[in-house]
Design a protein around this ligand. Structure first.
Ligand SMILES: [Zn+2]
Length: 424
């Protein structure tokens, strides 16, 4: 699209949202929103085309409901669609109020009347890190400090990471012609993990590397099992491995512990991380609840107007802390901007469930770190040889979706945020 006479991609234009000048942010945000709305009819037409195809796929496979087919494809044997509804209700009850408090703090920090979408960053949900943290200059610095941090988490896990450094299993720098993104993949012949990412010097890069290191440790621990099927764990437990590592590493982000930051910067990175976790659940609930509605009410969902209305209703229910007045068309078409809904239906709740597990591992580590790490590693070593609730239990976590479990984790996060705010 054209911005100030220059042709820019939306990704390039989004960088201009990082300015402190609110009126510029508003103008940029509105320009992006307008460009996206130009695709509204095309995206609606696609939806009208593939929704009936999905319903037919479900029928062809012998299911009344496409959702039942997806449940089998994802090997979801340990929780039902009803459990997801319970999860949404628990989020509404105990997470939404905490998320609203985070938005309120953000509003006060900015000194504005209401928090508008251009005061936020990704997915119209997360407050940006401003001014941005600069944890490292070179990839060597990123890696050597991550190595020190991971050795502090656990010497043997740290040694796994050192093996990856030594054997050239890290491709972390951003360079011309390299595909975007970040992930861990498995080199099963050599029984080694591999991490790919595009580091440019941000806290996001640090968090991504720690996250992918958690996935890599999952492989190191489980690859000792004899059969390849035993390594094919599902995303719910895989993301417990990775998200836990982000949280377990947080106490060592300061330079005095081998990490990147001053004590104040380390506290800020941890606060923002805990806030992101809390804000993720309500957003996940919108995405997931929307899809449960679509495939339980396919006749209504065939109408894109009704999809818009449902998305708007869910957004108001789960994310009431942001003021979208006057931006109704953008607000109700948020489902167009969530690729999972279009490309990987029903894949998203996995992250929400994994976060319940990871935050319990973190809670355990605050009480008894040695035991928490031991349990975490023994859960990873089980690979896919046990049902999810048993894998969670091995990690010292309850596989449950209720307001009690979530409420405890939210309260603990808020308490920790409060402590970190005192770091001077
Ligand atoms: Zn992951």
């Amino acid at each position: 699209m054209i911005w100030e006479g220059q042709e820019l991609t939306i990704t390039q234009l989004k960088l201009k949202l990082q300015t402190d000048d609110r009126s510029v942010r508003e103008a940029v945000w509105k320009a992006i929103a307008e460009r996206r709305l130009a695709d509204r009819p095309a995206l609606n037409a696609l939806w009208e085309k593939f929704l009936p195809l999905r319903l037919q796929m479900g029928k062809n496979a012998g299911y009344d409901n496409f959702r039942d087919l997806r449940w089998k494809q994802f090997k979801r044997f340990d929780y039902t669609p009803d459990d997801c509804i319970t999860f949404h209700n628990a989020i509404e009850k105990v997470v939404v109020p905490a998320a609203t408090r985070i938005y309120e703090r953000q509003r006060q920090k900015l000194g504005v009347d209401t928090l508008r979408p251009w005061d936020l960053d990704r997915d119209d949900v997360y407050p940006p890190s401003r001014p941005p943290l600069h944890p490292f200059e070179t990839v060597e610095e990123l890696v050597s400090k991550a190595d020190a941090i991971l050795h502090k988490v656990d010497p043997e896990l740290g040694d796994y990471f050192s093996i990856m450094r030594k054997e050239g299993l890290l491709d972390l720098d951003n360079r011309k012609g390299k595909a975007p993104g970040g992930y861990q993949s498995s080199l099963v012949q050599s029984r080694r993990p591999f991490i790919f990412m595009n580091a440019v010097g941000t806290q996001d890069d640090v968090q991504t590397l720690l996250h992918e290191a958690g996935h890599a440790f999952h492989l190191f621990e489980s690859i000792k099992l004899p059969y390849s099927q035993q390594w094919e764990y599902t995303s719910e437990i895989a993301e417990v491995a990775s998200m836990s590592m982000e949280l377990l590493a947080a106490p060592y982000l300061a330079a005095s512990e081998g990490g990147y930051y001053t004590p104040q910067e380390a506290a800020r990175a941890e606060i923002e991380h805990l806030e992101q976790n809390i804000l993720f659940w309500p957003f996940m609930a919108v995405v997931d609840a929307f899809q449960h509605w679509v495939y339980s009410n396919p006749q209504d969902a065939a109408s894109t107007d009704k999809c818009d209305a449902k998305w708007g209703e869910l957004w108001a229910r789960f994310i009431p802390g942001v003021d979208w007045s006057g931006l109704e068309d953008s607000r109700v078409t948020g489902w167009h901007r969530k690729l999972h809904i279009f490309q990987i239906p029903f894949y998203y709740v996995d992250y929400g469930l994994a976060q319940i597990g990871a935050m319990q591992v973190w809670r355990n580590s605050l009480q008894d770190k040695a035991k928490a790490i031991r349990d975490y590693r023994s859960a990873l070593a089980l690979g896919d040889t046990r049902p999810l609730p048993e894998l969670f239990a091995a990690a010292g976590a309850k596989f449950s979706f209720d307001a009690g479990t979530l409420g405890e984790l939210v309260a603990l996060s808020e308490k920790r945020i409060h402590e970190l705010e005192q770091v001077k």
